[in-house]
Design a protein around this ligand. Sequence first.
Ligand code: KIV
Length: 290
Amino acid sequence: MLHFYRICSTFTLQNSPLMSVAKKDYKRITTKSLIEMKTNGEKISMLTAYDYTMAKIVDTAGVDVILVGDSASNVMAGHETTLPITLDQMIYHASSVVRAIERALVVVDLPFGSYQSDSKEALRSSIRIMKESGGHAVKLEGGREIKDSIKKILNAGIPVMGHLGLTPQSIYKFGTYTVRAKEEEEAEKLLEDAQLLEKLGCFALVLEKIPAHLATKVAQSISIPVIGIGAGGGVDGQVLVIHDMLGMNNEFSPRFLRRYLDLYDQMTKAIGNYVADVKSKDFPNASEQY
Ligand code: KIV
């Protein structure tokens, strides 16, 4: 019942910084809204979130798409790569996010090992995500190699977002996190894969860390929205990992990252002040007790 109320309740951008830049006041973002935004030339905003409290802030600020990324493996669990996170853990993160949102479309990453074996496994994992988390769509890394899986998931009525370029689940194959598709052969394959993903029926595509001119070419050659991370401004939207753009993590400074806050320093100072207040017996004072 609560969920039904949430779907029907209206969301206004009155308190959102996006009020002045959003072309249409969407009450609820759907896969169709994103395609409409591309058609209308409105850029799509996407951020990651992995928990209820953060997702509520991100949704209230007017972000169009919340990605429950497998980057949770890095920023939430402290792993070096995205490979260790499990399907159960992704479902836990995604269900926390879904409980918080009123407007954004929630896309959930299929984690490494939950779709690569065969298309039946891919479908089973996607169904678990949709049923157990309440997410609205899934994201998979790869092009032609996973086309059967994408088809099967789409045939079950589950929206699919593609992900090409730097695909972190293949980091041990690449051996490095540097820019992808700089050479013509890889760029050509990426363009063909993007066109294939559109043809299969994906509703959007993430392009990670590729040359800006290639990303622009891809965005212009397909009608589904292309959302970039380290792919320049010629695409249809942008995505960042929330911990990075809020400056919660001061060890990661790629060129594409814009930090909007320096939360690592601000939080460290605030927590240091709390420690000092406890030690000095300044906290709690007379008005902070019963
Ligand atoms: O997992 C993630 O956060 C992602 C983004 C980097 C696009 O896939």
